[in-house]
Design a protein around this ligand. Structure first.
Ligand SMILES: Nc1nc2c(c(=O)[nH]1)N[C@H]1C(S)=C(S)[C@@H](COP(=O)(O)O)O[C@H]1N2
Ligand SMILES: [Mo]
Length: 345
């Protein structure tokens, strides 16, 4: 079963999301458990391997809308390590801190972390975890978007009060992250008056406008270069000739938008829904398309591509510019649809 708004990644593909390698640090790798505990603990990877290992098959759901089912992990249970450190009654949250150049972390209520059977994985698919997937040690939090599953775990800190993680703080990702309730982003903090002023001025460039609700507006030639527009709602907007160069449009809703001759050059469009959008003459070079949708998965499966274009599918043709490497990031259905429609004149 897939949570709402998710699509299966291509089989045998495991996308790398976020940081691709840990920061340099002392070897051998060690894990520290501290904060509200009776005894601070520290383990090397070899010591962790000597603790009884558990095997778990878990589904991965990335907030950028790709999922990967039944991934076999092996490692140790967080509960087992916590028992060794003996949490104090004041411990209510667990902060998971990576060995990371940007101080990457995430957090969970302690009770959730335990009830969800959080795993500290050393292996996936019977092999030591690859570095880009968090090796030698990553967190796997079942039933939460995968941003709660921290790569390169170096420190666990038990806290009395929550400390927001990197994505939760910097990107407005929802702190609870339950995919079954689509807890992807916190709501926009923009007031209606601010939104109205921005829409009238058509200048969003380099602004932080997470989750802006602009559906249905005339934003022809909008300047949105370098803007932070994660989860923005641009459904059915007139965005002809708009400039989104270098903008972050991750998970934005662009269904039915007119994006003819718009530039999305170098933009982050992971998880964007372009169903029914007009992308003729649009520039989508140098974009990341992980989890993007151009045609509803059900209509792509049931209609011939011509019918799909007339209905729910995005309008692309030979004048739409997309790198073939970006098309390969799409699910097989989406990639087929894009390749076919790009040949139209
Ligand atoms: N240290 C660290 N952990 C991280 C991230 C990151 O950028 N840095 N990204 C998170 C996100 S958003 C996802 S979807 C998963 C991606 O894991 P993968 O690259 O193994 O697919 O790792 C999560 N853990
Ligand atoms: Mo993610």
């Amino acid at each position: 079963m897939l949570p709402p708004g998710q699509q299966l990644a291509a089989p045998h593909k495991w996308p790398t999301v976020g940081e691709r390698a840990p920061a340099l640090g002392p070897e051998p790798w060690s894990l520290t458990l501290e904060g509200c505990v009776e005894s601070v603990c520290c383990w090397t990877i070899d010591q962790l391997r000597a603790i009884p290992q558990v095997e778990r098959v878990e589904d991965i759901h990335c907030v950028t809308r790709w999922s990967k089912l039944a991934v076999p992990f092996r490692g140790l249970s967080l509960a087992h390590l916590l028992a060794e450190a003996r949490p104090l009654p004041t411990a209510r949250f667990v902060s998971l801190v990576a060995r990371s150049d940007r101080g990457h972390s995430t957090s969970l209520p302690l009770q959730d972390a335990l009830e969800l059977d959080t795993l500290l994985a050393l292996e996936a698919y019977g092999q030591p975890l690859a570095v880009e997937h968090g090796g030698p040690l990553r967190v796997v939090v079942p039933h939460r978007y995968f941003y709660k599953s921290l790569k390169w775990l170096a420190r666990i800190e038990l806290l009395a009060d929550d400390r927001l993680g990197y994505w939760e703080r910097e990107a407005g990702y929802h702190n609870n992250a339950d995919p079954w309730f689509e807890q992807r982003f916190i709501a926009s903090r923009l007031s209606r008056a601010e939104v109205a002023r921005l829409i009238a001025g058509r200048d969003f460039s380099h602004r932080e406008l997470l989750g802006i609700e602009a559906a249905g507006h005339d934003l022809q030639q909008l300047n949105a270069r370098g803007a932070q527009l994660r989860n923005a709602d641009f459904r059915h907007c007139n965005l002809a000739r708009a400039r989104f160069d270098g903008a972050n449009l991750s998970n934005a809703r662009l269904q039915g938008a007119n994006l003819s001759k718009a530039s999305l050059y170098g933009a982050d469009v992971e998880g964007v829904d372009f169903s029914g959008a007009d992308l003729r003459g649009a520039d989508l070079r140098r974009v990341s398309l992980l989890g993007a949708t151009f045609v509803g998965e059900s209509s792509a499966a049931s209609l011939s591509s011509t019918d799909a274009a007339a209905g729910a599918g995005a309008q692309l043709d030979a004048s739409t510019r997309i790198d073939s490497s970006a098309i390969e990031q799409l699910t097989p259905l989406q990639a087929d649809y894009v390749r076919q429609t790009l040949q139209r004149r």
